[in-house]
Design a protein around this ligand. Sequence first.
Ligand code: AMP
Length: 472
Amino acid sequence: MNFESFNLHPQIFAGVRAQSYTTPTPIQVQTIPPGLEGRDILGLAQTGTGKTAAFVLPILQRLMNGPRGRIRALIVAPTRELAEQIHETIVMLGKKTGLRSVTVYGGVGIVPQIRALRGQTEIVIACPGRLLDHIGQGTIDLKAIEVLVLDEADRMFDMGFLPDVRRILRHLPAQRQTMLFSATMPEDIRQLAGEVLNDPVTAEINFEGPPKTVSHALYPVQSARKTDMLMQLLKQTDTESVLIFTRTKHRAKKLADHLHAAGYKSVALQGNMAQNARQAAMNGFRNGIYKIMVATDIAARGIDVSQISHVINYDIPDTADAYTHRIGRTGRAAKTGDAYTLVSQEDAEMVREIERALGTKIERRTVAGFEAISVEMPTSNFNRRPTSRNSSQPSRQQSQRPSSQRGGYQSNYKPAHSPQQPVAAKAESQPAQQAAPRPVAQEKTQPNGSYFTAARKLRQAQRARRRPGSDA
Ligand code: AMP
């Protein structure tokens, strides 16, 4: 399948071409045709899969017809950074369309947002809290909303936004197209999906763990010597852009300052920074002005910088899925990447959990000058796939699945007619959305329940393990 087959409006197709997208990603193959038909979508996919374009393209196509200057599409996202990235995708793909989008989030002045919302815009990308402020003050008109996207719904749940999301829903027209994207499907999100989606098409990118283009390594080190080891690692490694993760905001700032003082072009990205400082950090990292960014998990959510060659976990993440998220920032779009994790004695159990989730043992390495360090790491025996990026062996999940499902995605979508059908016509023929909960996407019956079971286990572990210092 290629982008021509979606029969996008020429002005939208021009944006796709300008981005040099040639082949749609699996989530795009599954969601764009039904999205263009006006169907509700449940997309199980994480950042890095092309999910943003998967909902942006159907939105742009829909908005090409109908009135301009009214807010007709609302995208709700958990973080400001993600909201900005969605906005940028809309600007890039919609460059020739004349459609406009506005971002709405806290931490910055509300007055410019009020002005922007009063002006001529068709798309709003919002974080829940500030959107509710605008709704409360009557500074946003949501009466004309035709499409709602809830992006990274599981992260919104993690961050405690679900009550806000439900409040927002009460202010939206019942008849609309709704698309919900989530990397995992905890019970609360399943329930939310049941409430907001009407006969959705389910697209699922199987939980494959991190990209196979990433090679992983653990570096045992005593906690007190982590910074020394990091400096040595950076000195001896040939890198492009490097993303370093710390557990807390304070540690992110301190480490970025330390690296800066040592002569590295480094910057922090953490929740205590003002929005314009965060934006400047992101832009500087993306443009290559900063070669190293030190970030916390929440601040880094959704970071999309293609030239990240190394992700370094200065602090091990709290969960195996956080590990997957972090290192998914490198090895993108078939490029190779390296994921290094500094591990101390107290991280042994987390190492075991990550290896269990990956289905493989991660190589232990050392750095000159640190050979004598004795950190007891688990010695679980994994005879599955090697960690090497050159591996040709199938992953655990792949080998358990029938060959027809390997490496792909699953969907309940059966095209009713060709995607060439005009969007507006289909939208009008849709039945009115009912308020009552209805059954959603059937739970997948994969052998050993790879996706949902793994996701549920990871979530449970996440709750149990949250460390008090995690203040990202
Ligand atoms: P996302 O998962 O939406 O964060 O997208 C991850 C990255 O993939 C972004 O840099 C997109 O610009 C890029 N991307 C999205 N769709 C495609 C495609 N079909 N071909 C190549 N790159 C893509």
